[in-house]
Ligand binder design. Structure first.
Ligand code: HEM
Length: 475
């Protein structure tokens, strides 16, 4: 009898340990509906990979479980929210969880603002945000215009093309976005076209490695050609940042205008932090705006009615003026609708995330402290309740009439929480509007047929392959 009792107790103990080990969700102290981990080691990471991306995984899990759901990011339990009401409840949270963005650390560095929380994060944001204030943006009009119409700019390049030429849309938008950001945020060192091109080449290599790791997490050893190429590219970017810093110090450049790079120098306590924050803002500025422009022109090329309506507005507002200025920019309301609908339809940046270091409540559920909470921005941007036929590109959704009863949280492509919304959002609208207002007035843009354009939803959504367009000069 005693033998049987010992056997039964041992068996039950082993069973209990096995259940806890195999199913960490049984330790879950929350009532949030969601997934159990598929494996004890990786949680639901394999489900995310199977879905194609975190955004596509969140689309599926929210469809299954509703506006609040939980899953396992490896060994970490994470929550995702996807409704204007839940977004509102999280509107004052500032801190960001590091786990979900760890992948980018080799490029942006551990001291990046991306990982800065609490007083340090707030102080840095306050200081850097000055580079994006109204008066500063005012000073960027001319630069954006210059970059787009320079002898090596996109307008000149397209003017030189025949109607049967294939134009690489994404490549041209990247080139414009990189030059615009480097000139405006880092200063005159980047008047040198060669330097801009070599930074672009190094940046493409370094970012290419980060993208590679999004789909294939196995990192080769440090002597492999892939890692060597990444290290060299990163070193080149870091050295360039330091040269720009030396230049600004040597020429007392601040007097010519306080730029983002000066703000970074003001609050940074080390060279490493200067590199980290400068590279973080480069990633923020290049990728997002270049993809916003790529998707926008793609939609205009495939919706000739929208392109003509935009042209009509541009002619009416700008008349004979060549350039957009402060006054005319404010009148380009259809342009704004087109950019908003692009951000919504293409889901340019699919998600953000926050964390709190104390237990909280969200949507009636307890959220244990230190649980990462994902803001599924893209899921809400494609929610049929707010956006009927969500895959349809229709800028009229943003007309005054159609927007008036919509909560602002239904459209948060730049995030919304804790005064930590994207710092570059106005910069991005302005830069895009200036380029588009020139391109659309000069060219009728269409797409080369027989292309399958597939979005890849990474940290930023980009087309899987280059999009090829053709342009016809307007009279
Ligand atoms: C289409 C354009 C853009 C989109 C869709 C976009 C989207 C976002 C989103 C969703 C976030 C996360 C916000 C949050 O955590 O709540 C973010 C953060 C950030 N963005 Fe953007 N962004 C864009 C353009 C830019 C530009 C032009 C810059 C720089 C000039 C920039 C720099 C940054 C930086 C540095 C952060 C992190 C800020 C922090 O840690 O506090 N972004 N962006």
């Amino acid at each position: 009898m005693l033998d049987f009792v010992i056997f039964a107790v041992t068996f039950l103990t082993v069973l209990l340990v096995a259940i806890i080990w195999l199913y960490p969700s049984s330790k879950k102290v929350t009532t949030i509906p969601g997934l159990d981990p598929s494996t004890s080691e990786d949680g639901n990471l394999s489900d995310i990979a199977r879905a194609g991306s975190l955004h596509e995984f969140l689309m599926e899990t929210h469809a299954q479980f509703g506006p609040i759901t939980g899953f396992w990011w490896g060994q970490t339990y994470a929550v995702s929210i996807a409704s204007p009401d839940l977004f509102k409840q999280h509107a004052s949270v500032f801190d960001r969880p590091t786990e979900l963005f760890k992948l980018f650390e080799p490029m942006i560095g551990p001291l990046s603002i991306q990982y800065a929380n609490g007083a340090d994060g707030r102080k840095r944001r306050q200081c850097y945000d000055r580079a994006f204030e109204h008066e500063k943006l005012h000073g960027y009009y001319e630069t954006f215009q210059k970059v787009c119409c320079a002898s090596n700019g996109v307008v000149k390049k397209w003017l030189d093309k025949g109607e049967q030429d294939h134009i690489p849309l994404s490549e041209d938008m990247f080139s414009f976005a990189i030059k615009s950001a480097l000139f405006t945020l880092m200063g005159e060192s980047f008047n040198d076209e060669k330097l801009v091109l070599s930074v672009k080449t190094a940046y493409d290599k370094a970012w290419g490695e980060m993208e590679h790791r999004l789909t294939d997490p196995i990192i080769p050893n440090e002597k492999s050609p892939r890692i060597k190429q990444f290290d060299e590219a990163l070193k080149y970017i870091q050295n360039t940042v330091q040269k720009v810093v030396q230049h600004r110090k040597a020429h007392n450049a601040k007097e010519q205008g306080h730029l983002l790079i000066d703000a970074i120098l003001e609050v940074s306590s080390s060279e490493e932090q200067v590199n980290s924050d400068t590279i973080t803002y480069m990633v923020g500025a290049f990728h997002t705006t270049a993809n916003l422009l790529t998707w926008c022109i793609y939609f205009l090329a495939t919706h000739s009615d929208v392109q003509e309506k935009l042209l009509k507005e541009l002619k009416k507002v700008l008349g004979d003026k060549n350039v957009v200025d402060d006054q005319t920019y404010g009148q380009l309301s259809y342009m704004n609708q087109v950019l908003n609908e692009t951000l919504r339809c293409a889901v340019v940046a699919p998600w953000a995330a926050r964390v709190q270091d104390f237990d909280t409540e969200l949507g009636g559920h307890r959220i244990p402290k230190n649980t990462p909470v994902i803001h599924a921005l893209g899921v809400v941007l494609h929610d049929e309740k707010f956006w009927p036929l969500p895959n349809k590109f229709d800028p009229d959704r943003f007309s005054v009439e159609q927007s008036k009863n919509r909560s602002s949280y239904t459209f948060s492509p730049f995030g919304f929480a804790g005064k930590r919304k994207c710092p570059g959002y106005k910069f991005s609208y302005l830069e895009s509007a200036i380029l588009l207002s020139t391109l659309i007035r000069k060219f009728k843009i269409s797409l080369w047929e027989d292309q399958v354009v597939q979005p890849v939803y990474g940290l930023v959504t980009h087309p899987q392959e280059e999009i090829w367009i053709k342009v016809a000069k307007r009279q």
